[in-house]
Design a protein. Structure first.
Ligand code: ATP
Ligand code: MG
Length: 277
């Protein structure tokens, strides 16, 4: 396993009794595309912030690429291994020039100076932002900003990339662009962990982790999690539209042969139903 956690517990007030995480077990394999879903305050951000030691493990065990996250001397290694993109790109820029912003991160991690320009160039190419090197990040659109932030993360060549609601502030086109990049990185063998409130973004995941009140409520294939109405209700989440339609049709006496997750699967199931009757 690339990420292996057992019995992780965490509280923000030291010695306090309200747990942000309770007895969380987690396993993430190399190259997996994992989506974490859960209502506000369910502990999603708290959990992923343990992966690169942004938060200190209080109880339980957690290893990332066999590194114990408690090893203080490995914090920089963990941060480099495990890149993170947050919701608001404006909070993530350090320079007023795109290429300098990306180069700054590399300098921080002591990447040799002579390779930095090439790293910056290829990271910007990955997110399709070449040509914007000299721009100020603040003059870019939200989607473009988020892609520059992502380029900064990718330039460090992380093994794992965590997106904590990275699409939340983007319009549908901007969201699609970021999702496309996530999929491209996944195909290139990166391990992707995405937190989102858009359940449709979980449909293509290898694994969905459902969080509720600081615990992992369920973990499995999207088909198993997203079509389980009871589970979704406990997690205070609304299933994807095709799933809701499937159950509405069932109530109306129309039984499709499989619960669809996407519009395409829904259309296919309806066509099959028609040809069978
Ligand atoms: N810095 C903090 N100080 C104190 N309590 C916090 C802090 N950050 C989060 N919490 C609490 O910890 C719990 C889990 O929060 P967390 O941010 O991990 O949830 P989340 O699932 O990421 O929610 P959201 O979807 O709103 O981002 C919540 O009860 C929250 O109020
Ligand atoms: Mg959060």
């Amino acid at each position: 396993m690339l990420i292996e956690g057992k019995n992780i517990c965490f509280t923000y007030e030291v010695g306090g009794s309200s747990f942000a995480l309770q007895e969380v077990d987690i396993d993430i394999a190399p190259g997996e595309f994992v989506v974490i879903l859960g209502a506000n305050g369910s502990g999603k951000s708290t959990l992923v912030r343990h992966f690169n030691a942004l938060l200190t493990l209080q109880r339980g065990e957690l290893k990332v690429a066999r590194i114990d996250v408690r090893n203080e001397q490995d914090v920089w290694l963990l941060r480099r291994l495990c890149g993170m993109v947050f919701q608001n790109p404006d909070h993530q820029f350090v320079s007023s020039v795109v290429e300098e912003d990306i180069a700054f991160g590399l300098e921080n991690y002591k990447v040799p100076r002579d390779v930095i320009p090439e790293r910056v160039r290829s990271a910007l190419a990955l997110v399709e932002m070449n040509g914007y090197e000299k721009r100020s990040p603040h003059t870019l659109s939200g989607g473009q900003k988020q892609r520059v932030v992502l380029a900064g993360v990718l330039a460090l060549e992380p093994e794992i990339i965590i997106f904590d609601e990275a699409t939340a502030m983007l319009d549908p086109t901007g969201r699609q662009e970021v999702i496309k990049i996530m999929q491209k990185l996944h195909r290139a063998g990166k391990t992707i962990i995405a937190i989102t409130h858009y359940v449709e973004e979980a449909v293509a995941a290898d694994k969905v982790i459902l969080m509720h009140q600081g615990r992992v409520l369920a973990c499995g294939r999207p088909q198993a999690i997203l079509t389980n109405l009871e589970l979704m209700q406990v997690a205070e989440l609304i299933p994807p539209l095709p799933v809701r339609l499937y159950y509405d049709l069932q109530q109306a006496g129309i039984q499709l042969n499989r619960c669809p997750l996407t519009n395409e699967e829904l259309a296919e199931a309806i066509c099959q139903f028609r040809s069978n009757t």
